[in-house]
Write a protein that binds this ligand. Structure first.
Ligand code: PRX
Length: 658
């Protein structure tokens, strides 16, 4: 589907779902949120920040005197972990369940707030014993097990900085991130469970930390290893002096730990995400503003009643959703959550629905890709389970098509639950656009309106607001509390990437959007060379550079082609070197290259298709015209080729693809 087709289809989406009186009457969010926030956004956020516990109250709200470098609540001091743990115990809620954890093989564990606090205190003492201090970087490469949450909170409790690396990433990806962040400690596990099998993690860390070809070691001094699978082959590379078992070490530390205050702008975490170049960006988030916005949005967008709701976000902690809406938002609000280690279809395709039935989940937050996969499998699977506990559904990570939205509401939400489609990014830290349940009349396919206190516009290239139903670029026109504070170690790239297109006070999100006549926002996908595969960001440049690192490849161009299930899929066009003509001619050449990318970056980056071609379409100045390749990959008629240096190239490529 071309972009203009997409706009047309969405323009014709006219279904409306106003909130029921029953929902409205009990809703957390009240309409006056918008009026209060509009009247004075800074005062609004300051009031929300005061819902947190401050060891030292702040007197300043925002400093935007040196844009795009912002500070929020700068002279205040707090401890993020204390806000997520101790304060709930002190308020008498120690017996409330913080989370029910469900392992893929069927093992499970429940932690109350008192128990989770106790575990985090021990882990903080352990990290202190290993030399971790304020500002130190700790890499976390774990499956979705309780220790992942405990480790993140323990790092936060010490004012240190975590960088969580998704368990599907390769040794090269870990190495790049560890080097860029100059991490001194890695926390990993022997392995985890996925799709019914134990998979090893520790050997990948061993490989990542081995000296490189130049004999250069990383900055990592210690590796803490959680025993999850018990697979001894995973720990065959054990290095005495460097590697330590989590359970051995934690048994030896004190159980008391007093949380110290840290400045509001103390860094909390770095999370690497793909951009338009080959090198992932270390997105930096800090403490007070971040926690304020994740807690506020989690409470109001999900209509959270911490005493009665059971909330489940299916995201992994390796992504921003796992940081903001598995760890920090829900725990800051004293919510009861479900955390599930494995895949939705193991050991049977109804696993998610079985978990909802088991824990009586009332709020579910998931990605459109998963919804579309379930849609394909058919409603008879969820219908075997009791989903009557669900009262609110959320969507995140990519545009949700109206058809999937309506299916989600009808089949999973019994035709009555509100759906909140939440637009935000790793960089924004927290939700920026969403309906508020109980207030907003819902429109399937639209993320709808800015969160109270957030200023969004849709503009043309000259920063003029576009008219109703016209496509444009999404921008944020005022600073917000959970905004990224920079790219780790690269302030210039921070300015260039987000704040140069429209000047230093307008944040360019990289997404296309349109606003309808009511002012509701409809997201239209990325406008840059970033792809969105199953709600995960991938960079065309990163995959291209991985492809050209293979000896067979001379040149590569990658595009994100639309895909019914995953939103977009990676499609690569590759020119091979004459010297490797024999290898390239082999039937499995494409498979070799697909595997190469998976091995270098991680399985999520594996191209759906690799086409070996003789030429790539280029402009006279030598720029690859990805737009044309995208047309081909999506099976569409090829667009305007007049700027091509050689117009016969497209015919030649089409011939090789047959
Ligand atoms: O293109 C937008 C898309 O995901 C991008 C951000 O990706 P990431 O940083 O990995 O964060 C994903 C989880 C927040 C955005 O630039 N995106 C995210 N949510 C939506 C979305 N596109 C449309 N609708 C959404 N609700």
């Amino acid at each position: 589907m071309s972009e203009s087709n997409e706009i047309d289809n969405l323009l014709h989406e006219s279904r409306r779902f106003p909130p029921s009186d029953e929902f409205r009457a009990q809703a957390v969010a009240k309409a006056d949120l918008y009026t209060t926030a509009d009247a004075d956004p800074q005062a609004f956020w300051a009031e929300k920040a005061r819902d947190l516990h401050w060891h030292t109250p702040f007197t300043q709200t925002l400093d935007w005197s040196n844009p795009p470098f912002a500070t929020w609540f700068d002279d205040g001091e707090l401890n993020v972990a204390y806000n997520c743990l101790d304060r709930h115990v002190l308020a008498g809620n120690g017996d409330r369940v913080a989370f029910h954890w469900e392992g893929e093989p069927g093992d499970s564990k429940t932690f109350t707030y008192a128990e989770l606090t106790a575990e985090v205190k021990k882990a903080a003492n352990l990290l202190t014993a290993l030399g971790i201090r304020q500002g130190d970087r700790v890499a976390i490469y774990l499956p979705l097990i309780p220790e992942a949450v405990i480790a993140m909170l323990a790092v936060a409790r010490l004012g240190a900085i975590h960088t969580v690396i998704f368990g599907g990433f390769s040794a090269e990806s870990i190495r790049d991130r560890v080097n860029d962040a100059e991490a001194s400690l890695v926390i990993t596990a022997d392995g985890g469970y996925r799709k019914g099998r134990a998979f090893p993690l520790k050997p990948t860390v061993d490989k990542a930390l081995a000296p490189d070809e130049a004999g250069q070691a990383t900055t990592v001094k210690k590796v803490l290893v959680v025993k999850r699978t018990g697979d001894e082959t995973s720990v065959a590379g054990w290095q005495e002096g460097r590697d330590l078992w989590w359970h051995d070490e934690i048994a030896q530390v004190d159980s008391e730990h007093v949380a110290k205050p840290f400045p509001a702008e103390n860094p909390l975490f770095i999370l690497y995400t793909s951009g338009t170049t080959g090198k992932p960006k270390g997105i930096l988030h800090t403490s007070g503003g971040y926690l304020t916005q994740v807690a506020f949005t989690h409470k109001n967008v999900f209509d959270l009643k911490p005493e009665t709701d059971v909330y489940w976000s299916t995201a992994d902690v390796g992504w921003i959703t796992g940081h903001s809406y598995v760890v920090y938002g829900p725990l800051a609000n004293g919510a009861t959550e479900v955390i599930y280690e494995g895949t939705p279809d193991t050991p049977h395709p109804g696993r998610w629905w079985e978990i909802i039935q088991k824990y009586k989940v009332s709020i579910l937050y998931a990605a459109p890709t998963a919804i579309r996969t379930f849609m394909k499998l058919g409603r008879q699977i969820p219908q075997q389970f009791d989903l009557s506990s669900l009262r609110l559904l959320g969507s995140v990570g990519e545009p949700i098509n109206p058809e999937a939205w309506v299916w989600y509401r009808d089949v999973i939400g019994a035709g009555k639950t509100p759906i909140v489609d939440t637009w935000w990014q790793t960089e924004t830290g927290a939700m920026m656009i969403s309906a508020l349940p109980g207030i907003t009349t819902l429109k399937p396919g639209s993320a709808q309106i800015p969160i109270p206190g957030i200023a969004i516009d849709v503009v043309d290239e000259r920063l003029h607001s576009t008219g109703p139903d016209q496509g444009g670029l999404l921008v944020v026109t005022q600073p917000w509390p959970s905004m990224l504070r920079g790219i780790w170690g690269d302030p210039e790239r921070y300015v260039d990437t987000y704040w140069s297109k429209f000047g230093p006070t307008t944040y360019f999100a990289g997404d296309g959007a349109r606003r309808d006549k009511d002012g509701d926002i409809w997201l239209l996908g990325r406008v840059d060379d970033v792809m969105n595969v199953s709600g995960h960001r991938l960079s065309t440049a990163e995959i291209e550079s991985s492809l050209v690192s293979h000896p067979m490849v001379a040149e590569a161009a990658v595009v994100g082609a639309s895909d019914e299930t995953t939103g977009q899929a990676v499609v690569a066009f590759v020119i091979t070197k004459a010297s490797h003509a024999d290898d390239a001619a082999k039937d499995d050449a494409a498979a070799v290259l697909r595997a190469h990318v998976a091995q270098q970056i991680g399985a999520i980056a594996r191209p759906r298709q690799v086409f070996i071609v003789n030429e790539l379409p280029k402009t006279r100045s030598g720029k690859i015209m990805r737009r044309l390749l995208k047309d081909l990959a999506e099976g569409r008629e090829i667009g305007d080729t007049t700027t091509l240096a050689d117009t016969s190239v497209m015919t030649a490529i089409t011939d090789t693809m047959r």
